[in-house]
Design a protein around this ligand. Structure first.
Ligand SMILES: Cc1cc2nc3c(=O)[nH]c(=O)nc-3n(C[C@H](O)[C@H](O)[C@H](O)COP(=O)(O)OP(=O)(O)OC[C@H]3O[C@@H](n4cnc5c(N)ncnc54)[C@H](O)[C@@H]3O)c2cc1C
Ligand code: SF4
Length: 565
C-alpha cells in the first residue's frame, strides 16, 4: 500500500479548517499578497522560487468546512478585526449581544448574580454560528488561492529527525477488517516545510506529537464536554442578542460546569451545558444532566412550544496557560484549541484561535524566508504569543480552572475572586491539577462484584428532553458503516473485567452519542462499539480511566454535520 501512495509537496500544510487553521491560511495569503515576505524561499541548497499561496494546503476531515465545528458561540471580535478589518461588511454575524445575565440555579429557582465581573461581560461581542463563520472564512481562504481539501483527515504525522515533515491522510475504501475494497485508495503523503496542527480540542495528531516529543506543560490539559442543542422557539420567548449563563443545578458543587442560552435571529435559541471532565462519579451521564437542565422552569419556559432543530457535542480544552504544551518542533507548530489557546474563565477560544493562527502565519513567513524551519526558528511563535494580548488574557486566568478542580464550586469561586484581585495569581501560583480521568471514585465494590445490567437509561419525553439516539439523529452524523472502527481500544479485556468492577464502564455514560455499550454474550461481558454514531467530541479519548481508547480519524468526510450550529 505504501508503495502506491501519492506524494505531494507543499511549503505549508495546515491540518484543520477551524478558526485557527483558516486564520493562519488567510493571514499567510494576506502577507504574501502584501509582499511582506521576500520574493522567494531559499531552503539551503535549493533554488529560490516564488512564495505562493498555491504551496499552502489546508486539510479538513469534515465533508465541508464547518461541518465539525461546534461552539456556543459568542465571539469576541478582537482578533477577527485584525484579520479582516472590514469583517462587519460581510461576516455572518447573527446579532450583537444586547443583554447579559448570569444566574445561579437551584432545582426550582433562578437567582440573577448581581456581581458580573468584566471577563464575563459580553457587550460588544457577537453571537455567531461557528459553522457559518468558518464557511465564510473558508471562502476567503480559497479566494486567496490556498488549496483547501475537505473530506481528508490527517491520519499520521511524518516524523523526521527531531520534528515533523508532513502528514499521511487516511486511506479510503477499506472494509471493517481493514481489507481493501474495490474503491480502495491509499492515503496521500503530504510533505511540507512547516506543518501546522490546528485540529482543535484533543487533536489526534497533536496528542501523538505531544506525547512522543514530551511537549507537555506542568499541568495536564483539563477538558470539558459541551453539549448543545439549537431550537426554534415561539416568537418573543427570547430576544435576539439576549444572553443567559447559568451555574448550579443540576450539577452538584463538586462538578465544574455551567449552562448557556443565547437568543439568535428568527426565534432560534442556542443552548447547552459544558461539564468539566473531572467529575468523580464514573456513572455520571453528561447528556442526561443536560437534558435535566432543560427541565428547569427558567429553561423550560423558553423552550415550551418550540422544537429541537440540531444537536452536537464537543470537548473544550479548559486547563489554561499551565496546561498548554510547547507549541513548536522542527517543521511544526501547534495552534488554537489543539494547543489549549482557550480562556475557560470566559468560555471563549474563537478569538484566541484566530490570533494564534495569525501569529503562526507571521512566524512561518519569517522561517520560510530564512530557509530555516527548525524548532529554534519556529520558537519565535511562542515569543510572539508572549508579547501579544493572548498572553495578557490567558495569564490573568492562569489558575482559574484548577481552583475549581481543587476547591469545588464555592472554594473555586472564592479563589476566582482572589485571582481577579491579584491579576490571576490567587493563593497558589502555579496551582497544580490532575488529569480528569484520574479523579474517578470507584463504584461500590459489593455491587460491582457481580456486574449487572446498567440501570435503565434516560429516555426523555420526546418533546423537551430526548434520548441520545434521537439527539444523534439531529447531529446529521454519517459514517460509512463498512470501514475500520476509528475508536481503537488497546485491550478490550480491561473493559470486560477491571473497568466493569472498578468503574462500572463509564464509557457507556460519558459518550454523548451512545457509541459504547457493554453487552453480555454467553455469560461474558463484551464491549460493543457503534462507531457510526460518533460525533467526534473526543470525550472517550479523554475520559477513559485506563487511557486505552485512542480516537483516530475515520474515513474522510465522516462525522457530524453541524450546519448552522
Ligand atoms: C460547546 C462549546 C461552546 C463554546 N463556546 C464558545 C463561545 O461562546 N465563544 C468562543 O469564543 N469560544 C467558544 N468555544 C470554543 C471555540 O469553539 C474554540 O476555541 C474554537 O473553535 C477553536 O478553534 P480551532 O480552530 O482551534 O479548533 P476547532 O474549531 O475545533 O477546529 C478544528 C478543525 O480541525 C478539524 N480536524 C481535527 N483533526 C483533524 C485531522 N486530523 N485532520 C483534518 N482535520 C482535522 C476539525 O474537523 C475541525 O474542523 C466553545 C466550544 C465548545 C465545544
Ligand atoms: S465515541 Fe468518543 S468521540 Fe465519539 S461521540 Fe462517543 S465519546 Fe465522543
Amino acid at each position: 500500500m505504501t508503495a502506491e501512495r501519492e506524494r505531494l509537496e507543499a511549503d505549508v500544510l495546515i491540518v484543520g479548517a477551524g478558526p485557527a487553521g483558516l486564520a493562519c491560511a488567510l493571514h499567510l495569503a494576506n502577507l504574501i499578497a502584501k509582499q511582506k515576505v521576500p520574493d522567494g524561499i531559499s531552503a539551503p541548497g535549493a533554488a529560490t522560487r516564488p512564495l505562493s499561496t498555491e504551496n499552502v494546503c489546508v486539510l479538513e476531515k469534515g465533508r465541508a468546512v464547518g461541518a465539525h465545528l461546534l461552539s456556543g458561540a459568542i465571539m469576541d471580535p478582537r482578533a477577527l478585526a485584525e484579520l479582516v478589518p472590514d469583517f462587519q461588511r460581510s461576516a455572518p454575524l447573527y446579532t450583537p449581544v444586547t443583554a447579559d445575565t448570569l444566574y445561579f440555579f437551584s432545582k426550582h429557582s433562578a437567582w440573577p448574580i448581581p456581581l458580573h465581573p468584566a471577563p464575563l461581560r459580553n457587550r460588544g461581542h457577537y453571537i455567531v454560528s461557528l459553522n457559518r463563520l468558518a464557511q465564510w472564512l473558508g471562502g476567503l481562504v480559497e479566494q486567496a488561492g490556498v488549496n483547501l481539501f475537505t473530506g481528508f483527515g490527517g491520519a499520521e504525522l511524518i516524523y523526521e529527525g527531531e520534528g515533523i515533515a508532513g502528514v499521511v491522510t487516511e486511506a479510503k475504501g477499506l472494509d471493517r477488517d481493514a481489507r481493501p475494497k474495490a474503491n480502495f485508495a491509499p492515503g496521500y503523503e503530504i510533505r511540507a516545510k512547516v506543518t501546522v496542527l490546528a485540529e482543535g480540542s484533543r487533536g489526534s495528531l497533536t496528542k501523538d506529537l505531544v506525547a512522543r516529543k514530551n511537549l507537555g506543560n506542568i499541568n495536564p490539559q483539563l477538558y470539558g464536554l459541551g453539549i448543545k442543542e439549537l431550537w426554534e422557539v415561539e416568537p418573543g420567548k427570547m430576544e435576539p442578542g439576549c444572553v443567559a449563563h447559568t451555574l448550579g443545578w443540576p450539577l452538584d458543587s463538586a462538578t465544574y460546569g455551567g449552562g448557556w442560552i443565547y437568543g439568535l435571529l428568527d426565534s432560534r435559541v442556542s443552548l447547552g451545558l459544558v461539564i468539566g471532565l473531572d467529575y468523580a462519579d464514573p456513572r455520571f451521564d453528561p447528556h442526561e444532566a443536560f437534558q435535566r437542565w432543560k427541565t428547569h422552569p427558567f429553561v423550560k419556559r423558553i423552550l415550551e412550544g418550540g422544537k429541537l432543530l440540531r444537536y452536537g457535542a464537543k470537548s473544550v480544552p479548559e486547563g489554561g496557560w499551565y496546561s498548554m504544551p510547547h507549541t513548536y518542533v522542527d517543521g511544526g507548530l501547534i495552534i488554537g484549541d489543539a494547543a489549549g489557546f482557550l480562556n475557560s474563565q470566559r468560555l471563549k477560544g474563537i478569538h484566541l484561535a484566530i490570533k494564534s493562527g495569525m501569529l503562526a502565519a507571521e512566524t512561518i513567513c519569517e522561517a520560510l524566508a530564512a530557509g530555516d524551519c527548525s524548532a529554534k526558528m519556529l520558537s519565535r511563535f511562542s515569543k510572539k504569543v508572549e508579547q501579544s494580548w493572548i498572553k495578557e488574557e490567558l495569564w490573568s486566568a492562569r489558575n482559574f480552572r484548577q481552583a475549581f478542580q481543587r476547591r469545588k464550586l464555592w472554594g473555586g469561586l472564592l479563589h476566582a475572586g482572589l485571582q481577579f484581585l491579584s491579576g490571576g495569581r490567587g493563593l497558589a501560583d502555579p496551582m497544580r491539577a490532575h488529569a480528569g480521568h484520574e479523579g474517578y471514585g470507584k463504584v461500590d465494590e459489593s455491587a460491582a462484584q457481580v456486574p449487572v445490567k446498567p440501570p435503565p437509561r434516560f429516555q426523555g419525553d420526546g418533546v423537551l428532553t430526548f434520548d441520545r439516539l434521537t439527539d444523534v439523529y439531529h447531529s446529521g452524523t454519517r459514517h460509512h458503516e463498512d470501514q475500520p472502527c476509528h475508536l481503537k481500544v488497546a485491550d478490550t479485556s480491561v473493559c470486560a473485567t477491571a473497568c466493569i468492577t472498578d468503574y462500572g464502564s463509564p464509557c457507556q455514560y460519558f459518550c454523548p452519542a451512545q457509541v459504547y455499550e457493554m453487552a453480555q454474550e454467553g455469560g461474558e461481558w463484551r464491549l460493543k462499539i457503534n462507531p457510526a454514531n460518533c460525533v467526534h467530541c473526543k470525550t472517550c479519548d479523554i475520559a477513559d480511566p485506563y487511557q486505552i481508547i485512542n480516537w483516530v480519524v475515520p474515513e474522510g468526510g465522516g462525522g457530524p454535520n453541524y450546519e448552522g450550529m
